[in-house]
Design a protein around this ligand. Sequence first.
Ligand code: DC
Length: 219
Amino acid sequence: MIVTIDGPAASGKGTVAKGIAARLGFAYLDTGAMYRAVAFAAHRASVPCDDDVAVEHILPDIHIEMPPGRVLLNGDDVTDAIRAPHISQGASKVAAVAAVRAFLVPQQRRIGQGRDMITEGRDQGTVVFPDAPVKFFVTADARVRAERRYNELTLRGVQTTLERELAELVERDRRDSERADSPLKQPADAHVIDTSHRTVEAVLDEMEGVVRRCMTDRA
Ligand code: DC
């Protein structure tokens, strides 16, 4: 059974996706990490992330593996490196390249084939797994999301400011929502969860209830 979680950057969807996967014993797929790995490969090849033709050109040389909790790019562990702020922006740019989506979407479907999996991204419920029996759209106020991102980066020793993170999030959300191919959109049949003023545990309790009810109905 596939459960999709879509939503804007730093909405808390990664945290709740991992949490709900652990509670249910489901696999977890972070599709954003795949776009980040492509952006990282583009940087490494000195290819601008918004150069559609050049990015498409490097795709045949990109091999991504996603063992639990890690991201491997052509065998190199890039799990931490793909979280750098310039890779976040680059990922949002390569995500607007149709050839990149055509490259990654079949891989995501293959990973989910026949599995119980929580999959997180921007288009999981709308495009990649439109028939998923449970879909969530996780969101939060932009300011709250910027604070989360700022705290996360500061903890990792990255020098930044709250205003800068807010501006970057707003820019990334705009690009992710306005692109022509598979923009960030709330699936019509999604359960909407606003995490702005709720604890992770409260959100997980709600999500777990929704998924377990669906599992019972399907049994
Ligand atoms: O979830 P994230 O911040 O790690 O995602 C990085 C970028 O990848 C995000 O700005 C948009 C893009 N993305 C996408 O277009 N489709 C997905 N399914 C997941 C991420």
